[in-house]
Design a protein around this ligand. Sequence first.
Ligand code: AOF
Ligand code: ZN
Length: 339
Amino acid sequence: MCIELAKKGKPSPNPYVGCIVLDKFGNVISEGYHKKCGENHAERDALLKLKNGEEEGGTLIVNLEPCSHYGKTPPCTDLIIERKIKRVVIGMRDVNLKVNGVEVLRDAGIEVIEGVLKDECERLNEVFIKNMKDKKTFIALKSASTLDGKIATAGGSSKWITSENARNHVKKLRSLYDAIMTSSATVIADNPSMDHDIKIILDRNLRSDINSKIYQSGKIFVFHDEKLSAENNNIEYIKTPVQDGKLDLDFIFAKLFELGIMSVFVESGGKLSGEVLKYADKIYQFIAPKITGDNSSKSSYDFRKITDINESIELEISSAELFPPDILLTCYPISKSIK
Ligand code: AOF
Ligand code: ZN
């Protein structure tokens, strides 16, 4: 229940947090979640709805360790103690080093049960964990291909590989991330709009036409060769070092974190997808039950030649979902397979 409640929020850069409160008989008497950065935490949201003390002696359940520090909001532990909660059940400890809620609660004589659905809770907050631990932007990569891994014919015909069902789901996935990213090649070939509040376009030579659909809404960042200059009131141009004829992705992803973009959803052709693979934290691979049978067609990931199949990048599939007639494999790269 906490995880489902948590997902109703849009908390970035804060974590997803949901909370329920049980009275001393075990009945659910309140629920809450963290809606947005700066607003009440889930525990406060749930507890403030209770006005008659029915939570006294009850249990508070939350997917993340309650905070014990002053941030934009006061410590949740203070309110939990004040409301005379007897037991707190948490999914995972907070990775924010400022937080030490478990000890604070135990010192106040509250029973704390830890680690309930820990894996699910960690997955829910995979972006927050990466941001806090590595001080890096979380990178999700999406590709949609035929059964033989193709994203377009040699001539560029690609509309549509996957069904409307699948493409509608992509819109939902985009909204889970702070920004979307694509390449000038995709803007030029497909003229997509990729609706989002923040759009990032990698355009080394400033080739894409700013009248293209993607430029018509949202906050736009264009990363381009530092040797070039461009200006436009509605676009933020960012000069970027070039390495081996390509924009330096280390620079770009570091810059995104500096800009406060905590997660990015990358959707592009095989070249950028291939380059981004080694940075990807998560891969969404849609597969349509179609076969081009044409080895000159364009591939999902196109960035190298290998001779030994054992050099392949290996992934762990965390879920397989049908968006009939297509399938979505949600995968995590196995890091030792990435060189
Ligand atoms: C909780 N419950 O619902 C959330 C928590 O600036 P603040 O006050 O919002 O604090 C942000 C930090 O609090 C954040 O980095 C994370 O460690 C924790 N988030 N904690 O007990 C919540 N959202
Ligand atoms: Zn809190």
